[in-house]
Design a protein around this ligand. Structure first.
Ligand code: 5GP
Length: 184
């Protein structure tokens, strides 16, 4: 794995495809242990979740359905703190067990907005949350994240679905910003 350049920034290798697959498989198995007698709806939070979502489904051995929603709070490599719902939920999930699938939880603003949206307006039977990555140094919310693939340091990451100004999502591996966070 070599460094990659996206727009004006350099990113260094962090997690290889094979390591990511191991992490995803473990998350899929943990979810299955809890839901083997149910048909949960996996709700993918677009766009960054695409690769994680697809691999999670491939590793999930049980019955499930899928839906998507799109939220956004990032501009460049910084969270704006304001979360926008850019695309409505693609399925009626009333009275269903849902698992929100996120690529990465940073400040937690996005999951806070999602919980509010789902519990207040969609009336699912239950809501759990799964994320591939969590930055514990930045996460300050009360919500329990039920399934965490891996805790990572507070550095901007790219690849495996995650972008920098819309590019870099297509790398199979995960990279870290070489310089650390931009405002440090
Ligand atoms: P939060 O609302 O928890 O601050 O941020 C969640 C969203 O911000 C994620 O779904 C993701 O789209 C974006 N995000 C947070 N940290 C990173 C990161 O390190 N790299 C990239 N590419 N996106 C991030």
């Amino acid at each position: 794995m070599e460094k990659v350049r996206v727009h004006d920034k350099t990113f260094v290798p962090y997690l290889k495809d094979a390591e990511l697959q191991e992490i995803v498989k473990t998350v899929a198995e943990k979810i299955y242990e809890d839901y083997k007698d149910e048909v949960p709806v996996f709700v993918g939070v677009l766009n960054g979740v695409v690769m994680f979502f697809s691999d999670l489904l491939k590793h999930y051995p049980g019955r499930c359905e899928v839906a998507f929603i799109q939220m956004s709070s990032y501009v460049g490599t910084q969270s704006t703190g304001i979360v926008y719902k850019k695309m409505d939920l693609t399925k009626d999930i009333k009275d269903r067990h849902i698992i929100l699938i996120e690529d990465i939880v940073d400040t937690g603003n996005t999951i806070e907005s999602l919980f509010q949206y789902f519990t207040e307006t969609q009336r699912p039977k239950s809501v759990k949350l799964a994320t591939l990555l969590l930055k514990p140094e930045v996460y300050k919310k009360e919500f329990v994240i039920d399934y965490v693939g891996k805790e990572i340091p507070n550095k901007f990451v790219l690849g495996y679905g995650l972008d920098y100004d819309e590019e870099g999502r297509n790398y199979r591996d995960l990279y870290q910003l070489e310089e650390g966070r931009i405002n440090e």
